[in-house]
Design a protein around this ligand. Structure first.
Ligand SMILES: C[S@@+](CC[C@H](N)C(=O)[O-])C[C@H]1O[C@@H](n2cnc3c(N)ncnc32)[C@H](O)[C@@H]1O
Length: 322
């Protein structure tokens, strides 16, 4: 789609208005916010400046850049790919086309995990380990690293691992960990689910680098396994917005023909890698619950909870290993 500017005005207010109109006409969801974020990006300013200086004139080079980005957004590129950023859990994450853009509903996973870890301690008559002392955690399918890094922020004393099957995604996650100051607190592993631990022997990596399955070291058992696995059905790929389908990585989107296939592998593997009393916390797709809940009917799981997101959709399934 080609986008042409509606006038030559270059003050902030008019430029923003034009950006908003162009995105609205192109039926971009959240067009006002997208137009604002792109203007903040090209000017390098913050939102307070945007609204405090509506009369300020912008250089032609800035407005040119702005309308070029507006054109790309109108044609379907996600705003976050144009700015290179997305906020999650109050932290600023780099995002590229190699990782899923962190979604706000994924923050519910963190809330459930942190609540349940605290409740587990209280039930055992202990004070919650506020800094995560002696806890071992793993994020399966870390993508941008958003879940693992948010956990490392909340539980600074915990031992945190993060895996992904995609080396390109892991590179982004490691860059995020480095930029946010968490490199030495997270071990990143290229792995298909728990495969990197499966040889019954595992060589822990130096902080921030990839570990490998070699000899003499027992695989860690975890207090928390957390994951937002790919869960969209390939059959329904045509129903998802083109900006997702055409721009986010396939490995981050599709769980298989039906969508829920990866849960069938992940849940039994998690059971093998959790300590007794350890927690599994999984994000669910909007219609995954009916297929995923029965996977916990085997013995070995207790206190199974489903938590809705703000839209009332069952979004998080969490369970305790007996
Ligand atoms: C839905 S994205 C989640 C990314 C990130 N955790 C988040 O919540 O934004 C799923 C991630 O799982 C990874 N993945 C897919 N299949 C995997 C597998 N078999 N083992 C490990 N990671 C996998 C993808 O590469 C992708 O980064």
């Amino acid at each position: 789609m080609s986008v042409t500017r509606m006038s030559n005005s270059v003050d902030v207010r008019t430029t923003l208005k034009q950006g908003i109109h162009l995105l609205r006409d192109a039926h971009v969801p959240g067009y006002t916010l997208a137009a604002e974020l792109l203007l903040l990006h090209v000017t390098g300013r913050d939102r307070t400046w945007l609204y405090a200086h509506p009369e300020e004139r912008l250089d032609a080079s800035i407005t040119e850049k702005y309308f070029a980005l507006i054109g790309r957004r109108a044609a379907g590129e996600p705003t976050q790919h144009l700015t290179g950023h997305q906020e999650f859990w109050g932290l600023d994450f780099e995002v590229t086309a190699d990782v899923l853009i962190p979604r706000p509903e994924t923050e519910h996973l963190l809330e459930v995990a942190l609540d349940r870890l605290a409740v587990r301690e209280l039930r055992a008559g202990r004070q919650p380990k506020l800094a995560g002392e002696n806890l071992s955690l793993i994020d399966i399918g870390t993508g941008s690293g958003c879940i693992a890094i948010a956990l490392a922020k909340e539980l600074p004393a915990a031992q945190t691992y993060a895996t992904d099957i995609s080396p390109a995604a892991l590179a982004v996650a490691k860059r995020n960990a480095a930029r946010l100051g968490f490199s030495n607190r997270i071990t990143f592993l290229e792995s298909n689910l728990f495969e990197a631990f499966s040889s019954s022997s595992y060589q822990p990596a130096l902080s921030g680098s990839a570990g490998s399955a070699v000899t003499n070291h027992p695989s860690p058992q975890f207090d928390l396994v957390i994951s937002n696995p790919p869960y969209i059905s390939r059959r329904e790929a045509h129903t998802i917005p083109v900006e997702v389908r055409a721009h986010e990585p396939e490995a981050a989107l599709y769980g298989g023909e039906e969508g829920y296939e990866l849960y069938g592998l992940l849940i039994p593997e998690a059971a093998r890698h959790l300590k007794p009393g350890g927690l599994l916390v999984l994000e669910l797709g909007h219609d995954s619950l009916a297929a995923v809940r029965p996977l916990f009917d085997t013995s070995g799981w207790a206190n199974i909870l489903v938590t809705n997101d703000l839209a009332g959709i069952p979004r998080v399934l969490s369970a305790e290993r007996t």
